[in-house]
Design a protein around this ligand. Structure first.
Ligand code: ADP
Length: 815
């Protein structure tokens, strides 16, 4: 903020207000209306002197930062009061004169000095009426206060104040209370007591019968604690009239903080209270009037409602599906609801009194009157099923019910009755009875056990078979008595499940044993189904129990057999696996063995050959003969090894087939011709009866191998006679399987093969004469394996002493 004392940059106004302001004889502060800051904009020399400050230290700073309260004075109120006054000026736009203020000033040495001020705060407006500044003018009255002027000022304020002021001594005397030492004019106006009449006495003189003792006690207690107190209480004037007064009492302290006197400011609040009470009363009266109006309306509506209620009853009576009727205590029918008239088609006077009897079915009349008279006589409720004639002539079934209406003395004043059409219900009952009958008849004609139950599962009927089988009576069995013939291990489950079915209305099925009259348990498949009425409610349960003991036993037997079969299969699987394992290890063994033996034998033959041919030196004829014998043995061994290898390969499935279109006839002839010389050498004849072609798809080398083996055996085992090779196509189903077959036969006139050996010769290492040195018994085994690999087979027919025929079967066509 610019320093008004050093300004000169702005064009000089005609009058330098700043200079005027600055040198004014009074103490002024010019403030910005910017609460809560109240920035100091300027200060007069007098102000600066009075407050011991310098312009450059105050201008531009917030007011209360420059002039704070004296921190050593705990009761200081200067800042708060000045703030409130400045805000008042801003709010009202009017000057505000503050009460005398004690507002201590900080001296340059930092200590605070006690000061009293008479402050006046005024607003400053610009041309347009906008509040632009606040002027804070103070008069330092410290000296006057100190010199006693203060008392005069205070006195004038107090004397002329509107509120009553009472000053009392600091302490009570002799239990009388604090004596009054001063009252102002307002007090006299308020109470009627002049100063002379009250000074030296206590405030108790103002109390009376209705003064609240609790409030006076509270005031006394606060003063004893030297605290300010505020209260409102009832006091009495000199003329005895009561008035309400608001009292605010505070201590006056000396410099050492001692209470020197109490000042009590009092204001008459009687008028205010009266106004408040009046307002309250008016509000209450208004509320009461509104309440009254509401009550009146309510009462009116209850009158109204009562009127409607009878209407309503009539309406209700006409609306419900039943017919309603009433009679007097003697049974005189006076009222029927509209439905009755609609039903009977009668006019009102026609059914009054005893007229209604004309519409009752003649067969029901006697019974009805009897009952009705009984109820009239005894006052017991009336209930009966009977038929009434409809307007179209049809009789309908009704349930008639009536109750007596009694007065407070218990006397019957009226009978109140209803008629409910139960024809449909009756028909449903009839239908149910019919189906029950049918089920009963059916139940006794079937071989099963059968029963019927109420909707809740209470069994009320069993067929004859049930009683025959269990040897029980209906009395024992009815309801839930059937549990007696159940097996103890099953009965709980059965009860639980059937109960669930009954509760949920779902069909039931279970299988369990039932004890027969002989004590034996047999198994029963049991079922029950709910029978429902038109609206879906269960009305009956029909149940059957079918003896399934034999079926169960058969099933169990089947299960046992299946189990045995499963076990056998598993056993066979185990054995096959075992065999495979054995075969595999044997194959591995043979592979290894033959390989290890073949090579050294080959080498031995080589050396023997060198010897035989004299390359290592001339041998004698005898030696040559021996070497030849060695070589024959080696050759036989190598042949055997070759066969073993073949067998091992065949077993391991290592034999690879190369099927090609082959003329089997041609092939057989060639194979036979290869043996012609050998047969002749053995003095055997060879006959070949083979057609030209016999084409099929097969591996010719393998076929040749098999035929070679068969021819070699024939030559080997036939001492005399001849060998015949034949072949033909079999389309007559005589082959080893479906379809067409080519059969190649090798027959001989040898010793034949005994029946018992005809299969075993096809097993490895089997020979009819184990002593004979002719072979290892492997050839036929390999041959059959290969034949089967080719899709065919190898079989033998023989007659001991006449000869044997081996047949190689090959499938005709594309294999
Ligand atoms: P090997 O002839 O090497 O002993 P094979 O498996 O070929 O082995 O024959 C097995 C056995 O069947 C022979 O040892 C022999 O006892 C018998 N056998 C084979 N073919 C004939 C045949 N044509 N007549 C009589 N017995 C035969």
């Amino acid at each position: 903020m610019e320093d008004p004392g050093t300004s000169g940059r702005t064009p000089a106004p005609e009058v330098d207000f700043r200079a005027v302001f600055g040198s004014a004889p009074d103490a002024y502060l010019l403030l910005a209306p910017d609460p809560p800051r109240f920035t100091i904009l300027g200060a007069s020399e007098t102000y600066l002197r009075a407050t011991m400050t310098r312009r450059e230290d105050v201008v531009g700073r917030p007011l209360f930062e420059v002039f704070p309260d004296n921190p050593t004075d705990p009761g200081a109120t200067g800042v708060r009061n000045l703030q409130a006054s400045l805000e008042e000026v801003i709010r009202t736009g009017e000057p505000h004169r503050m009460a005398l203020q004690k507002y201590d000033i900080r001296a340059p040495d930092g200590d605070f000095e006690e000061r009293f001020w008479d402050p006046l705060n005024s607003p400053v407006f610009d041309d347009r009426g906008k509040l632009v500044h606040l002027v804070h003018r103070v008069e330092d009255v410290t000296e006057q206060i100190r010199s006693g002027k203060r008392l005069r000022i205070l006195e004038s304020v107090v004397t002329t104040a509107n509120d009553a002021v009472v000053v009392t001594e600091p302490e009570p005397r002799n239990g009388e209370g604090r004596r009054i030492i001063y009252v102002n004019e307002a007090f006299t106006r308020m109470t009627g007591y002049g100063p002379d009449e009250v000074i030296g006495r206590t405030a108790r003189m103002l109390r009376g019968a209705d003064t609240d003792p609790e409030t006076t006690r509270r005031i006394g207690a606060a003063l004893d604690r030297r605290e300010s107190v505020r209260a409102e209480l009832l006091n009495y004037r000199k003329d005895g009239s009561p008035f309400w007064v608001e009292v605010s009492i505070s201590p006056v302290l000396d410099e050492s903080g001692r209470v020197v006197q109490w000042t009590s400011v009092q204001r008459d609040t009687t008028e205010r209270r009266r106004a408040e009470e009046t307002a309250l009363r008016l509000t209450r009266e208004k509320a009461a009037r509104a309440e009254e109006a509401r009550a009146r309306e309510e009462i009116e509506s209850i009158l109204e409602k009562l009127r409607e209620s009878e209407e309503r009853h009539r309406l209700l009576a006409n609306m419900i599906p039943q017919h309603i009727w009433t009679t007097d205590p003697d049974g005189y029918h006076g009222y029927f609801s509209r439905r009755w008239y609609e039903f009977t088609g009668a006019a009102p006077e026609e059914t009054e009194g005893e007229g209604w009897l004309r519409f009752l079915h003649p067969d029901d009349r006697e019974r009805t009157l009897e009952r009705w008279q009984h109820s009239l006589r005894t006052g017991e409720p009336y209930s009966i099923e009977y038929r009434f004639r409809r307007a179209d002539g049809e009789y309908r079934w009704f349930l008639g019910q009536a109750m007596p209406l009694r007065d407070e003395a218990g006397e019957i004043v009226e009978w109140f009755g209803t008629l409910t059409d139960i024809s449909d219900q009756k028909r449903a009952e009839d239908r149910l009875r019919e189906s029950e009958e049918r089920f009963r008849a059916l139940g006794n004609s079937i071989p099963q056990l059968a029963w019927m139950a109420e909707p809740d599962g209470w069994i009320f009927w069993y067929n004859d078979r049930w009683h025959e089988y269990t040897g029980t009576t209906l009395e024992e069995m009815q309801g839930w008595g059937w549990q007696k013939v159940h097996h103890p291990d099953h009965v709980d489950r059965v009860v639980e499940r059937i109960r669930h079915a009954f509760e949920t209305g779902t069909p039931w099925e279970d299988t369990f044993p039932l004890r027969s009259r002989t004590g034996e348990y047999r198994w029963f498949l049991s079922r029950a189904v709910p029978i429902r009425d038109a609206s879906g409610n269960v009305v009956r349960w029909f149940g059957t129990n079918t003896d399934v003991t034999e079926e169960r036993e058969a099933a169990a037997e089947r299960e046992r057999l299946l189990e045995r079969e499963r076990e056998a299969r598993a056993d066979a699987d185990r054995r096959r696996e075992e065999l495979e394992r054995v075969t595999e290890s044997r194959t591995r063994l043979m592979h290894g063995f033959t390989h290890d033996v073949k090579n050294p034998l080959g080498a031995a033959d080589g050396y023997a050959e060198l010897l035989e041919h004299g390359i290592l030196g001339e041998l004698s004829a005898k030696q040559v003969e021996s070497v030849r014998g060695i070589r024959r043995s080696i050759e036989m061994s190598l042949h055997l090894i070759h066969e073993l290898l073949e067998l091992a390969r065949a077993e391991a499935g290592e034999i690879e087939l190369e099927p090609v279109p082959t003329g089997v006839g041609e092939l057989a002839r060639e194979a036979a011709e290869d043996f012609r010389a050998k047969a002749a050498a053995h003095g055997l004849g060879l006959e070949v009866r083979v057609p030209e072609a016999l084409p099929t798809e097969t591996d010719p080398a393998r076929v040749r191998q098999i035929l070679g083996n068969l021819l070699s055996n024939a030559v080997k085992y036939t001492p005399e006679g001849r060998i015949t090779v034949g072949a033909d196509l079999r389309t007559d189903g005589s082959g080893p399987g479906d379809g067409d077959w080519i059969a190649i036969r090798v027959s001989d006139t040898g010793p034949g093969i005994p029946e018992a050996k005809r299969e075993t010769i096809f097993q490895e290492f089997t020979r009819i004469d184990p002593e004979a040195e002719s072979g290892a018994g492997v050839g036929l085994a390999i041959s059959r394996r290969i034949a089967r690999l080719l899709g065919g087979d190898l079989t033998v027919e023989s007659e001991v002493g006449r000869g044997s025929t081996f047949t190689l079967w090959l499938p005709q066509g594309e294999s």
